[in-house]
Design a protein around this ligand. Structure first.
Ligand code: CA
Length: 240
């Protein structure tokens, strides 16, 4: 990874033992780490300085993790967010992704997995910076049109059934793969490799979650999709 500086991570976690453990282990990986214990403080801190990644617990005093993440996105702050969700609350994942989180790890988490996801998101951030730079230099303006919709890869905005909205980083990245390879069969595994950087990850549910969100945005009948088609047992085919 090209690093201009040491990546700065903000940990938002009210349970002191967990926060302390995360800080310790992230610092061992040579990241710079700040810790805050509630949602409001997280918003204050992120308004003051730019982080490369936010590790955001869902259950927090005051504002919860979903509210913090939504507010960040509303402010046009697209710092990658890795959410810590409760395994006992499967809906957390859906709410988390809806609120604009880039990825999630369920608690109790395995340290190795968490650190791997942190690394992937930081690498993605680098990629995203580069991709944005390329789009700015291009003449196409980074806008991809299909049917009555469009996706703007520069501004992250998209015209959807519900009007113009901001896509999450993952939604945008999946749309980018679709835009580059229209009418082709794209496997879940390829998407995991290209968008999540996890070619050998056994769980493809993260892919399906993003597809669900994209269908909500672009398909008036998710059971008879016009654009995002299932290819049984393999993955998807995007038809512009
Ligand atoms: Ca908590």
């Amino acid at each position: 990874m090209e690093t201009e500086a040491t990546p700065q991570i903000l940990v938002v976690e009210d349970e002191e033992a967990i926060a302390h453990g995360l800080k310790f282990n992230l610092e061992r990986k040579q990241y710079r780490v700040d810790v805050v214990g509630d949602g409001r403080e997280a918003l204050e801190r992120t308004a003051e300085r730019k982080y490369d990644l936010i590790l955001l617990d869902v259950r927090l005093p005051g504002l919860d993790g979903f509210e913090v993440c939504s507010e960040l996105r509303r402010r046009q702050d697209f710092t990658p967010v890795l959410m810590l969700t409760a395994r006992s609350q499967p809906d957390d994942v859906v709410y988390g992704l809806k609120s604009g989180a880039d990825d999630y790890v369920t608690k109790p988490f395995e340290l190795g997995e968490l650190l791997a996801r942190v690394e992937v998101l930081l690498r993605r951030r680098q990629w995203s910076k580069t991709a944005t730079g390329e789009a700015e230099r291009g003449t196409a303006g980074g806008r991809f049109e299909f049917g009555p919709f469009w996706v703007d890869f520069e501004t992250w905005q998209a015209k959807t059934l519900g009007g113009v909205v901001e896509l999450s980083r993952k939604e945008l990245s999946v749309m980018k793969v679709f835009a580059e390879r229209p009418n082709q069969v794209i496997s879940r595994r390829e998407l995991l490799a290209e968008v999540w950087d996890l070619p050998n990850h056994p769980n493809t549910r993260v892919v399906d979650n993003v597809i669900v969100a994209l269908r909500k945005a672009f398909e008036d009948n998710a059971w008879r999709p016009r654009h995002i088609h299932n290819v049984r047992g393999v993955g998807y085919r995007f038809v512009p």
